[in-house]
Design a protein around this ligand. Structure first.
Ligand SMILES: NC(=O)c1ccc[n+]([C@@H]2O[C@H](COP(=O)([O-])OP(=O)(O)OC[C@H]3O[C@@H](n4cnc5c(N)ncnc54)[C@H](O)[C@@H]3O)[C@@H](O)[C@H]2O)c1
Length: 247
Protein backbone atom coordinates (compact mmCIF):
# COMPACT_ATOMS: atom_id res chain seq x y z
CA UNK A 1 0.00 0.00 0.00
CA UNK A 2 1.01 3.61 -0.50
CA UNK A 3 0.26 6.51 1.83
CA UNK A 4 1.06 10.12 0.97
CA UNK A 5 1.97 12.55 3.73
CA UNK A 6 2.95 9.46 5.73
CA UNK A 7 5.79 11.20 7.55
CA UNK A 8 3.51 12.61 10.26
CA UNK A 9 0.13 12.52 11.97
CA UNK A 10 -2.69 10.56 10.33
CA UNK A 11 -0.49 9.34 7.45
CA UNK A 12 2.12 7.85 9.81
CA UNK A 13 -0.63 6.21 11.90
CA UNK A 14 -2.14 4.83 8.68
CA UNK A 15 1.19 3.34 7.56
CA UNK A 16 1.54 1.64 10.95
CA UNK A 17 -2.06 0.36 10.96
CA UNK A 18 -1.66 -1.25 7.51
CA UNK A 19 1.73 -2.70 8.49
CA UNK A 20 0.08 -4.32 11.55
CA UNK A 21 -2.31 -6.04 9.11
CA UNK A 22 0.70 -7.49 7.27
CA UNK A 23 0.82 -5.01 4.38
CA UNK A 24 4.02 -3.82 2.78
CA UNK A 25 3.89 -0.04 3.04
CA UNK A 26 5.39 2.77 0.97
CA UNK A 27 5.42 6.13 2.68
CA UNK A 28 5.64 9.29 0.58
CA UNK A 29 6.23 12.67 2.14
CA UNK A 30 7.56 16.09 1.20
CA UNK A 31 10.13 15.38 3.88
CA UNK A 32 12.19 12.35 2.79
CA UNK A 33 13.69 12.29 6.28
CA UNK A 34 10.26 12.00 7.94
CA UNK A 35 9.12 9.32 5.47
CA UNK A 36 12.30 7.30 6.00
CA UNK A 37 12.04 7.63 9.80
CA UNK A 38 8.47 6.27 9.83
CA UNK A 39 9.51 3.45 7.47
CA UNK A 40 12.51 2.59 9.68
CA UNK A 41 10.25 2.44 12.74
CA UNK A 42 8.01 -0.07 10.93
CA UNK A 43 10.77 -2.33 9.64
CA UNK A 44 12.16 -3.82 6.43
CA UNK A 45 8.73 -4.27 4.78
CA UNK A 46 8.34 -0.45 4.70
CA UNK A 47 9.85 2.03 2.25
CA UNK A 48 10.10 5.79 2.84
CA UNK A 49 10.51 8.15 -0.11
CA UNK A 50 10.64 11.92 -0.51
CA UNK A 51 7.96 13.08 -2.95
CA UNK A 52 6.19 16.41 -3.44
CA UNK A 53 2.69 15.26 -4.38
CA UNK A 54 1.97 18.62 -6.05
CA UNK A 55 4.55 17.68 -8.71
CA UNK A 56 2.84 15.21 -11.12
CA UNK A 57 6.16 13.94 -12.54
CA UNK A 58 7.47 13.21 -9.05
CA UNK A 59 4.25 11.32 -8.21
CA UNK A 60 4.50 9.20 -11.39
CA UNK A 61 8.18 8.37 -10.68
CA UNK A 62 7.44 7.48 -7.06
CA UNK A 63 4.58 5.15 -8.07
CA UNK A 64 6.81 3.43 -10.65
CA UNK A 65 9.60 3.00 -8.07
CA UNK A 66 7.15 1.54 -5.51
CA UNK A 67 5.65 -0.86 -8.09
CA UNK A 68 9.17 -2.04 -9.03
CA UNK A 69 10.15 -2.55 -5.39
CA UNK A 70 6.98 -4.41 -4.28
CA UNK A 71 5.79 -5.90 -7.59
CA UNK A 72 2.67 -3.71 -7.75
CA UNK A 73 0.33 -1.54 -5.71
CA UNK A 74 -3.13 -2.50 -4.44
CA UNK A 75 -4.11 0.19 -1.92
CA UNK A 76 -3.48 3.94 -2.09
CA UNK A 77 -4.30 6.37 0.72
CA UNK A 78 -4.10 9.92 -0.65
CA UNK A 79 -3.62 11.72 2.64
CA UNK A 80 -1.15 14.62 2.31
CA UNK A 81 -2.76 17.97 3.04
CA UNK A 82 -2.36 21.28 4.82
CA UNK A 83 -4.79 23.90 6.13
CA UNK A 84 -4.54 27.37 4.64
CA UNK A 85 -6.85 30.02 6.09
CA UNK A 86 -8.28 33.35 4.93
CA UNK A 87 -11.58 35.24 4.74
CA UNK A 88 -12.99 34.30 1.39
CA UNK A 89 -13.90 37.86 0.29
CA UNK A 90 -10.34 39.11 0.66
CA UNK A 91 -8.02 36.09 0.63
CA UNK A 92 -5.26 36.43 -1.95
CA UNK A 93 -5.48 34.32 -5.07
CA UNK A 94 -2.06 32.74 -4.48
CA UNK A 95 -3.17 31.23 -1.14
CA UNK A 96 -6.32 29.76 -2.64
CA UNK A 97 -4.43 28.32 -5.63
CA UNK A 98 -1.68 26.90 -3.42
CA UNK A 99 -4.27 25.12 -1.32
CA UNK A 100 -6.02 23.76 -4.43
CA UNK A 101 -2.65 22.41 -5.64
CA UNK A 102 -2.18 20.28 -2.52
CA UNK A 103 -5.73 19.69 -1.30
CA UNK A 104 -7.26 18.93 -4.71
CA UNK A 105 -4.88 18.61 -7.70
CA UNK A 106 -2.36 16.45 -5.83
CA UNK A 107 -5.17 14.01 -4.95
CA UNK A 108 -6.08 13.87 -8.64
CA UNK A 109 -2.46 13.22 -9.62
CA UNK A 110 -2.09 10.46 -6.99
CA UNK A 111 -5.42 8.91 -8.01
CA UNK A 112 -4.56 8.94 -11.73
CA UNK A 113 -1.31 7.11 -11.03
CA UNK A 114 -3.13 4.60 -8.82
CA UNK A 115 -5.62 3.92 -11.64
CA UNK A 116 -2.79 3.66 -14.19
CA UNK A 117 -1.16 0.88 -12.15
CA UNK A 118 -4.36 -0.87 -11.02
CA UNK A 119 -5.45 -1.11 -14.69
CA UNK A 120 -2.01 -2.22 -15.95
CA UNK A 121 -1.98 -4.94 -13.26
CA UNK A 122 -5.57 -5.95 -14.09
CA UNK A 123 -6.17 -6.29 -10.36
CA UNK A 124 -8.41 -3.36 -9.47
CA UNK A 125 -7.55 -1.72 -6.19
CA UNK A 126 -8.58 0.48 -3.32
CA UNK A 127 -8.30 4.25 -3.67
CA UNK A 128 -8.82 6.17 -0.43
CA UNK A 129 -8.85 9.92 0.24
CA UNK A 130 -8.42 11.94 3.41
CA UNK A 131 -11.20 14.54 3.24
CA UNK A 132 -12.13 16.67 6.25
CA UNK A 133 -15.07 17.97 8.23
CA UNK A 134 -14.44 21.18 6.26
CA UNK A 135 -15.56 19.46 3.06
CA UNK A 136 -19.16 19.28 4.31
CA UNK A 137 -19.32 21.79 7.17
CA UNK A 138 -17.24 24.89 6.39
CA UNK A 139 -15.50 26.69 9.23
CA UNK A 140 -15.35 30.48 9.32
CA UNK A 141 -12.23 31.76 7.51
CA UNK A 142 -11.30 28.22 6.44
CA UNK A 143 -12.48 28.57 2.82
CA UNK A 144 -9.00 28.09 1.31
CA UNK A 145 -8.83 24.70 3.06
CA UNK A 146 -12.48 23.59 2.82
CA UNK A 147 -13.15 24.42 -0.85
CA UNK A 148 -10.54 22.07 -2.35
CA UNK A 149 -11.45 19.45 0.29
CA UNK A 150 -15.09 19.63 -0.90
CA UNK A 151 -13.87 19.14 -4.48
CA UNK A 152 -11.79 16.16 -3.32
CA UNK A 153 -14.85 14.57 -1.73
CA UNK A 154 -16.51 14.73 -5.16
CA UNK A 155 -13.31 13.50 -6.80
CA UNK A 156 -13.71 10.36 -4.68
CA UNK A 157 -17.25 9.91 -6.05
CA UNK A 158 -16.10 10.48 -9.65
CA UNK A 159 -13.45 7.75 -9.36
CA UNK A 160 -16.04 5.36 -7.91
CA UNK A 161 -18.39 6.16 -10.81
CA UNK A 162 -15.89 6.07 -13.67
CA UNK A 163 -13.75 3.13 -12.47
CA UNK A 164 -16.06 0.77 -10.58
CA UNK A 165 -16.09 -1.62 -13.54
CA UNK A 166 -12.27 -1.64 -13.47
CA UNK A 167 -12.57 -3.17 -10.01
CA UNK A 168 -11.43 0.06 -8.41
CA UNK A 169 -13.11 1.03 -5.15
CA UNK A 170 -12.98 4.68 -4.14
CA UNK A 171 -13.84 6.03 -0.68
CA UNK A 172 -12.97 8.75 1.83
CA UNK A 173 -12.55 9.35 5.52
CA UNK A 174 -13.94 12.53 6.97
CA UNK A 175 -12.23 13.41 10.25
CA UNK A 176 -12.05 16.40 12.56
CA UNK A 177 -9.87 17.74 15.36
CA UNK A 178 -7.03 15.22 15.29
CA UNK A 179 -3.79 16.03 17.15
CA UNK A 180 -1.06 16.14 14.45
CA UNK A 181 1.38 18.42 12.62
CA UNK A 182 -1.70 20.21 11.23
CA UNK A 183 -3.31 20.66 14.67
CA UNK A 184 -0.33 21.13 16.97
CA UNK A 185 -0.16 21.33 20.74
CA UNK A 186 0.27 25.13 20.52
CA UNK A 187 -2.82 25.47 18.31
CA UNK A 188 -4.83 23.29 20.69
CA UNK A 189 -3.69 25.47 23.62
CA UNK A 190 -4.66 28.74 21.93
CA UNK A 191 -7.98 27.47 20.51
CA UNK A 192 -9.11 25.95 23.79
CA UNK A 193 -8.11 29.15 25.67
CA UNK A 194 -10.05 31.27 23.14
CA UNK A 195 -13.16 29.17 23.86
CA UNK A 196 -12.65 29.19 27.64
CA UNK A 197 -12.26 25.39 27.64
CA UNK A 198 -9.61 23.06 28.99
CA UNK A 199 -7.53 21.39 26.26
CA UNK A 200 -9.12 18.08 27.19
CA UNK A 201 -12.66 19.45 26.81
CA UNK A 202 -11.76 21.19 23.53
CA UNK A 203 -10.36 17.99 22.02
CA UNK A 204 -13.35 16.00 23.28
CA UNK A 205 -15.88 18.58 22.04
CA UNK A 206 -18.05 16.11 20.12
CA UNK A 207 -21.24 14.12 20.69
CA UNK A 208 -19.43 11.27 22.43
CA UNK A 209 -17.25 13.58 24.53
CA UNK A 210 -14.11 11.63 23.54
CA UNK A 211 -10.92 12.78 21.83
CA UNK A 212 -10.42 11.16 18.43
CA UNK A 213 -6.88 10.10 17.52
CA UNK A 214 -4.91 9.60 14.31
CA UNK A 215 -5.13 5.83 15.03
CA UNK A 216 -8.94 5.99 14.87
CA UNK A 217 -8.75 7.58 11.41
CA UNK A 218 -6.15 5.00 10.34
CA UNK A 219 -8.47 2.16 11.43
CA UNK A 220 -11.19 3.55 9.14
CA UNK A 221 -8.80 3.48 6.18
CA UNK A 222 -7.94 -0.14 6.96
CA UNK A 223 -11.65 -1.03 7.20
CA UNK A 224 -12.37 0.64 3.84
CA UNK A 225 -9.45 -1.15 2.16
CA UNK A 226 -10.69 -4.53 3.45
CA UNK A 227 -14.37 -4.02 2.60
CA UNK A 228 -14.57 -5.25 -0.96
CA UNK A 229 -18.26 -4.38 -1.46
CA UNK A 230 -17.85 -0.75 -0.37
CA UNK A 231 -17.27 2.12 -2.79
CA UNK A 232 -18.41 5.76 -3.21
CA UNK A 233 -18.51 5.91 0.59
CA UNK A 234 -17.40 8.48 3.14
CA UNK A 235 -16.80 7.38 6.72
CA UNK A 236 -16.96 10.09 9.36
CA UNK A 237 -14.51 9.66 12.24
CA UNK A 238 -15.00 12.66 14.51
CA UNK A 239 -16.70 11.46 17.72
CA UNK A 240 -19.97 12.86 16.35
CA UNK A 241 -20.76 16.32 14.96
CA UNK A 242 -24.34 16.71 13.70
CA UNK A 243 -23.45 19.66 11.44
CA UNK A 244 -20.82 17.53 9.65
CA UNK A 245 -22.82 14.29 9.63
CA UNK A 246 -23.51 12.96 6.16
CA UNK A 247 -26.67 11.03 6.98
N1 LIG B 1 -5.62 16.97 11.94
C1 LIG B 1 -6.91 17.10 11.70
O1 LIG B 1 -7.68 17.54 12.56
C2 LIG B 1 -7.49 16.68 10.36
C3 LIG B 1 -8.89 16.60 10.24
C4 LIG B 1 -9.43 16.20 9.02
C5 LIG B 1 -8.60 15.91 7.95
N2 LIG B 1 -7.26 16.01 8.10
C6 LIG B 1 -6.43 15.71 6.94
O2 LIG B 1 -5.53 14.69 7.27
C7 LIG B 1 -4.43 14.73 6.35
C8 LIG B 1 -3.14 14.55 7.13
O3 LIG B 1 -2.97 15.66 7.98
P1 LIG B 1 -2.43 15.54 9.48
O4 LIG B 1 -3.48 16.11 10.35
O5 LIG B 1 -1.91 14.18 9.76
O6 LIG B 1 -1.27 16.63 9.41
P2 LIG B 1 0.32 16.51 9.44
O7 LIG B 1 0.80 17.89 9.18
O8 LIG B 1 0.74 15.82 10.70
O9 LIG B 1 0.67 15.55 8.21
C9 LIG B 1 0.65 16.01 6.88
C10 LIG B 1 1.85 15.43 6.16
O10 LIG B 1 1.72 15.78 4.77
C11 LIG B 1 3.01 16.15 4.31
N3 LIG B 1 2.91 17.01 3.12
C12 LIG B 1 2.55 18.31 3.08
N4 LIG B 1 2.66 18.78 1.82
C13 LIG B 1 3.09 17.75 1.06
C14 LIG B 1 3.43 17.62 -0.32
N5 LIG B 1 3.33 18.66 -1.14
N6 LIG B 1 3.85 16.41 -0.75
C15 LIG B 1 3.98 15.35 0.09
N7 LIG B 1 3.69 15.43 1.41
C16 LIG B 1 3.26 16.62 1.88
C17 LIG B 1 3.66 16.85 5.48
O11 LIG B 1 5.08 16.90 5.34
C18 LIG B 1 3.18 16.01 6.65
O12 LIG B 1 4.09 14.96 6.94
C19 LIG B 1 -4.56 16.06 5.60
O13 LIG B 1 -5.10 15.84 4.30
C20 LIG B 1 -5.56 16.83 6.45
O14 LIG B 1 -6.26 17.77 5.69
C21 LIG B 1 -6.68 16.39 9.28
Amino acid sequence: MVVTGGGSGIGAATARAFARQGAEVAILDLSAEAAEAVAASIGPRALGLGCDVTNPDAVASAFDAIACRFGGIDIVVSNAGAAWQGTIGSVDDATLRRSFELNFFAHQSVAQNAVRLFKAQGTGGSLLFNASKQSVNPGKNFGPYGLPKAATLFLMKQYALDHGRDGIRSAAVNADRIRSGLLTGDMIASRSAARGLSEKDYMAGNLLGREVGAEDVADAFVWLARSNKVTACTITVDGGNIEASLR
